[in-house]
Design a protein around this ligand. Structure first.
Ligand code: IPM
Ligand code: MG
Length: 360
């Protein structure tokens, strides 16, 4: 297969981890006889520094022309000035919108080898296997917003949560199809006891669940209760579908279940066109440049990219199996190492993955 991928390293540890995931993709292409092309482009803070724009047009054009995009992370203290004209995060939000990536898939499945790294008890976390479908191009992230000056030095700011029926239907359908191919359970999370927009979610999802998807075990949970259930009985969920803001918050919470944010990949996809694949962790400016970042989330994101964007199922399985083998052999980066355990660096961890992949 010939495939072309865009690499957007971004800021902080982004370049360190994306370059390592690229090595894994290169080995996959050699081993399985594919031809992968990689194009590197700017996004985030580095793009602001070099072009004044967190998402330059050249980046958008390259992404559109590719099969898929692998992203590191954006942001850092250097660009945190609240009065700045633009922020690195704006580049991320815009690329989601430009590529119409309305569904963000965040799988939460702790590795058996790392269960003791979880802040929760092993017996609570064991058996957890959740796939979040977070709506990504609507809601309060993209609704009208304003900030006006009031008399007496006061200000009034507004952010608006807006959803239309079609936006709810399309994410619901993707989540429902995923539930069908998994354990058949689908949970919709909202705040319908307070928010009008959630009551629309409830009607739209309820109608689809009782017509097109009546084979599924469907239930609804309020977002505050969900925050609780996620740490008291995480293994009782299968597929979870929710809006942009609730999904943002709940997936950060859920990301702690496997012990380290450093292990979790995510995929953002739309109806057609290239998808965007990234680790769910941020740019970790505190450890940037030290060579100690955990590359596994990005390597697993590359595996999701192979599976979801170019249909290379066997190759994706091979990468995931290599990661599993490396963990089983006891290799740990500093975010995973427990007291007394030896921690290895970004490159060394990748080399173990490459070796495990070659051995298969
Ligand atoms: C995420 C991040 C982003 C979001 C930020 C960086 C804009 O938290 O991908 O979850 O809120 O969507
Ligand atoms: Mg987030």
């Amino acid at each position: 297969m010939d495939a072309s991928f865009v690499l957007l390293s971004g800021d902080g540890i982004g370049p360190e981890i994306v370059s390592q995931a690229k090595r894994v993709l290169q080995l996959v292409s050699d081993k399985f006889g594919h031809k992968f092309r990689f194009d590197e482009h700017l996004i985030g803070g580095i793009a602001i520094d070099e072009t004044g724009d967190p998402l330059p047009q050249a980046t958008i054009d390259a992404c559109r022309a590719s099969q898929a995009v692998l992203l590191g992370a954006v942001g850092g203290p250097k660009w945190d000035d609240p009065s700045a004209k633009t922020r690195p995060e704006a580049g991320l939000l815009r690329i989601r919108k430009e590529l119409q990536l309305f569904a963000n898939l965040r799988p939460i499945r702790p590795f058996a080898e790392l269960l003791d790294a979880s802040p929760l008890k092993r017996e609570v976390v064991e058996g957890t296997d959740i796939l979040f479908y977070r709506e990504l191009t609507g809601g309060i992230y993209f609704g009208p917003s304003s900030c006006e000056d009031l008399p007496g030095g006061q200000q009034r700011a507004t952010s608006t949560m807006v959803y239309e029926t079609f936006e709810i239907e399309r994410i619901f359908r993707l989540a429902a199809e995923a539930a069908r191919s998994r354990r058949g359970k689908l949970t919709m999370v909202d705040k319908a006891n307070v928010l009008e927009v959630s009551r629309l979610w409830r009607r739209v999802c309820g109608r689809l669940a009782s017509s097109e998807y009546c084979d599924l075990d469907y239930d609804v949970v309020l977002v505050d209760a969900m925050a609780m259930h996620l740490i008291s009985r995480p293994s009782s969920f299968d597929v979870v579908v929710t809006s942009n803001l609730f999904g943002d918050i709940l997936t950060d919470e859920a990301s702690m279940l496997p012990g380290s944010l450093g292990m979790l990949p995510s995929a953002s996809v739309g109806a057609n066109g290239p998808g965007l694949f990234e680790p769910i962790h941020g740019s970790a400016p505190d450890i940037a440049g030290k060579g100690i970042a955990n590359p596994l989330a990005t390597i697993l994101a590359a595996a999701m990219m192979l599976r979801h964007s170019v249909g290379l199922q066997q190759e994706a399985d091979a990468v995931e199996a290599a990661v599993q083998a490396v963990l089983a052999a006891g290799h740990r980066t500093s975010d995973l190492a427990r007291r007394g355990e030896k921690a290895i660096g970004t490159v060394e961890m990748t080399e173990h993955v490459l070796a495990a992949l070659s051995r298969q």
